[in-house]
Design a protein around this ligand. Structure first.
Ligand code: C2O
Length: 533
């Protein structure tokens, strides 16, 4: 295995989109930032130097960080931020992982512009378990705001301001021809006829599930969240914030220009869709026919939940997987939005997100450090296994449940125990699809349904043979998702909705996984350059 070293200089840079320049925080002057390339088993060292005015951290989304939460990155969960003018070296291995992951800032809303791809190839000489592509490309789907960075940031402070929605979606940082100044800001993927391309699609958008399609070309889905799936063909891919999807596409159509589109999947679509990002799938040496516009792909309707459910049903692990068959610990968490009093807020209330009616309060020192150093009083280990107030989760709203309690409460998991977590959406304030991300682990998505989870009958339908294995799962609107994993990675691991606005409002918690008794079953000592709190 090799050691791959990268230097990330985080700094403010003037970037122009939609005919409008503004200062944004980027890595190495690039938006999106640089791709990290490695092979399975490599050690990666990223030296992050912070020249920006914001204290910040970087998270390597999907890297398991076995015993090594010090390199995970979520601010105040595993580390305190890298102060302006300071450097921290994220040092980690990608053992037993290959595929597409990504990295992003993990504090405030900086990940809007501070993000990039992680490409982990199989070990040298090991082929992909699908037809070998001729070429590969990363396609990072994101969002662009015309507003000043500070205005976007301010929404990140949890005051419950109305959503500051973006002005455009982007593909590799570019919104494309539906927006002003397209000549400079359209991503073009040049292809050779008859060649096969592996596209690594990453949803780095802050707040939107996305549909992705290429006019005139079907895609073969082969990998999600860096795990192989049984290949299937589709005209449209659905990818939730935090997720990645690898597809094979063959350039086998009449040579020309074809539009690639990324558009929101929304339960409650906006009356006008004014954010669709367009890129071009362009056969080399061809010109767009004069005076014509390349064809748009036909995407499902913005609220086509049936298409999304069918797509998710097709996701199966390539081979039978090792799902925990017996469960030591059953957890049931309700996802809710609520309203709490806020004496200092303009209208005296603020919007909050909650799990089991608890709004997570960020600590001021890092939880992993507090755990490792036995510092008391930073968190409580009493996150309830199920909601204290049972109700009809997807039926008529109970206004009594709109208020939440607040606290830095963690769920304790015994080392190596097998865990089942059912995430239940509720109709508290708003029903929405929530992409849930678990740090430190992959998990198996064993079941999913609409309405209230039925513990007596639903588990009989669980797929324990070839469920998809991922790090981020979309909990369906007004429904539930069940995941299973083995708690074999000691440390403190963040669990949160990957819609940034919800995370900010407190839709998050953390697991504390105890050390095991074996020699290699405890949290590693912290690196000496870990940022001070
Ligand atoms: Cu991709 Cu906690 O994040």
């Amino acid at each position: 295995a090799a050691i791959k070293k990268y230097q990330f200089d985080v700094a403010v840079s003037n970037v122009s989109r939609l005919c409008h320049a503004k200062p944004i925080v980027v890595v190495n002057g690039r938006f999106p930032g640089p791709t990290i390339y490695a092979r399975e088993g490599d050690r990666i060292i990223v030296n992050v130097t912070n020249h920006a005015q914001y204290n910040m951290t970087i998270h390597w989304h999907g890297v398991k960080q076995l015993r090594n939460g010090w390199a995970d990155g979520p601010a105040y969960i595993t580390q305190c931020p890298i102060q302006t003018g300071s450097t921290y070296a994220y040092d980690f291995n990608v053992t037993g992982q290959r595929g597409t992951l990504w990295w992003h800032a993990h504090i405030l809303w900086l990940r809007a512009t501070v993000h990039g791809a992680i490409v982990i190839m199989p070990p040298a000489g090991v082929p992909y378990p699908f037809p070998q592509p001729d070429q590969e490309a990363e396609l990072i789907l994101g969002e662009w705001w015309n507003a000043d960075v500070e205005v976007i940031e301010r929404q990140g402070n949890g005051l419950g301001l109305p959503p500051n929605t973006s002005d455009a979606h982007t593909i590799n940082g570019k919104p494309g021809p539906l927006f002003p100044c397209p000549e400079k800001h359209t991503y073009v993927l040049e292809v050779d006829h008859s060649k096969t391309y592996l596209l690594r699609i990453i949803n780095a958008a802050l707040n939107d599930d996305l549909f992705f399609a290429i006019a005139g070309h079907n895609m073969m889905v082969v990998e999600i969240d860096a795990t192989y799936v049984k290949p299937f063909s589709t005209a449209t891919v659905v990818v939730a914030p935090g997720q990645t999807t690898n597809v094979l596409v063959r350039a086998d159509q009449p040579p020309g220009h074809y539009f690639i589109a990324a558009r929101s999947f929304m339960d409650v679509p906006l009356p006008v869709d004014n954010k669709t990002a367009i890129a071009v799938f362009q056969y080399k040496g061809t010109a767009a026919a004069a005076g014509t516009i390349p064809a748009m792909p036909r995407l499902p309707a913005p609220n086509d939940t049936t298409f999304v459910a069918d797509f998710q049903d097709k996701l199966r692990s390539l081979k039978p997987v090792n799902v925990p068959a017996s469960v030591d610990r059953r957890l049931f968490y309700t996802i809710g939005m609520g309203v709490n009093p806020c004496p200092t807020c303009a209208n005296k209330t603020r919007l909050v997100g909650s799990l089991n009616n608890i709004t997570f309060v960020m600590p001021e020192v890092a939880l992993l450090q507090a755990h490792y150093n036995h510092v008391r009083g930073v968190y409580r280990l009493d996150f309830p296994d199920r909601p204290t107030k049972a109700f009809n989760y997807t039926g008529a709203p109970l206004t009594a449940n709109l208020g939440t309690s607040q606290g830095t409460r963690l769920g304790r998991l015994a080392f190596n125990s097998t865990v089942e977590l059912v995430l239940q959406d509720t109709n508290l304030l708003m029903v929405e699809s929530h992409p849930f991300h678990l740090h430190g682990y992959n998990f198996f998505v064993v079941g999913r349904g609409i309405g209230n989870f039925d513990p007596a009958n639903d588990p009989a339908q669980f797929n324990l043979i070839d469920p998809p294995e991922r790090n981020t799962v979309a909990v369906p609107t007004g429904g539930w998702t069940a995941i299973r994993f083995r708690a074999n990675n000691p440390g403190v691991w963040f669990v949160h909705c990957h819609l940034e606005v919800h995370t900010t409002w407190g839709l998050k918690m953390a697991f504390l996984v105890e050390d095991g008794d074996g020699p290699d079953e405890s949290v590693l000592p912290p690196p000496t350059d870990l940022p001070p709190c």
